[in-house]
Design a protein around this ligand. Sequence first.
Ligand SMILES: Cc1ncc(COP(=O)(O)O)c(C=O)c1O
Ligand SMILES: N[C@@H](CCCC[NH3+])C(=O)O
Length: 416
Amino acid sequence: MDHFNYQDGQLFAEQTAVAELAAQYGTPLYIYSRATIERHFQAFEAAAGDHPHLVCYAVKANSNIAVLNVLARLGAGFDIVSAGELARVVEAGGDPSKVVFSGVAKTADEMAYALELGIHCFNVESSQELDRLNQVAGEMGKIAPVSIRVNPDVDAKTHPYISTGLKENKFGIAIAEAPATYAKAASLPNLNVVGVDCHIGSQLTDIAPFIDALDRLLALIDNLAEQGIKIRHLDVGGGLGVTYDDETPPHPEAYASALRERLADRPELLLVFEPGRAIMANAGILVTEVEYLKPGEEKNFAIVDAAMNDLIRPSLYSAWQAIVPVKPRTDVPEAIYDIVGPICETGDFLGKDRSLAIDQGDLLVVRSAGAYGFTMSSNYNSRPRAAELMVDGSDAHLIRARETRESLWQGEAVLP
Ligand SMILES: Cc1ncc(COP(=O)(O)O)c(C=O)c1O
Ligand SMILES: N[C@@H](CCCC[NH3+])C(=O)O
């Protein structure tokens, strides 16, 4: 059971285990594999080799405490985008001194919390953010370690909603403005400039945009050195893609060795990675049960008990994820189905035009669901969020219980 492989393979040899877990914990149900999470993290560690590096897992991909704990025990760093994510890292036993703080809208409170804990670095995304951080650090009598997130204007060739390194995106500081912004950062008394950062997008399946961005950042680092600003670390962000269908993204080894080649003459420059999806996507599945089959004139619908509130990627990005029966069968005819959920939205689908031999009550697995699955889930239509399990060898542990109907109105009140 504990072997979803790098490309989410072998799960299906273990149909019985999935069916038993679904019977015990109900559906919809997220299941993650500890062994796969560890293997994926170690792939980055091994790929970085002897070049000084820090692999900061992007918490937004999957922030379950057990997931963070598995990674913390391997010595992972963490890329966070909110105080909430930082609190989770701490709760999970993560080391704040290995945390980088990304995000365009850090509040003063969030900055103070991160300064108190002593994080590795703030990835600053605007000039006004530099001023706010300088002020907060000054009030606390601290010096804030700072990288500037540079927008290198390269096309990541990914979905427009998850492309972040183009001029038209809200992220980072345009590379042309970066030298001036660094000069400003270096002049502020409560900031210590330590790094350069970028993140050009997510689900990249080609190395070229990463290399383009890296070359631009290295040129910037040399330029800054001439200004007397010494950069100690280079954060290349996350974004390495995974196989959902027939994509062939580079393995972390190929990706990291392409980067390391460029850094051969900079042995002191700490290389920071922020992978999220590459570690978690194919380490998790979503299990759902067919409630009804509804043949139609134009379409057949398989109505399942998971919905866009559980997994929004298909609705939001038209993302394709494999959907397969837990137990293949030959006693019912194969037909083409849209796999849809209970939510009152036409956009509530997990997959379209899938050829499946299924019947009412069958279990289906949505593969590659470990990243941006549960973390993007909601209570829309007052649906309790799914339970999460982690498989560890032959054991399965409940790592988050299913929400209850009643828990959904906690904190709400009626008027007197
Ligand atoms: C700043 C930053 N770092 C890291 C990540 C993780 O990206 P991915 O899950 O594609 O590796 C993201 C999300 O795209 C991000 O915005
Ligand atoms: N949430 C997106 C990726 C965005 C990454 C966050 N910067 C996805 O599910 O593919």
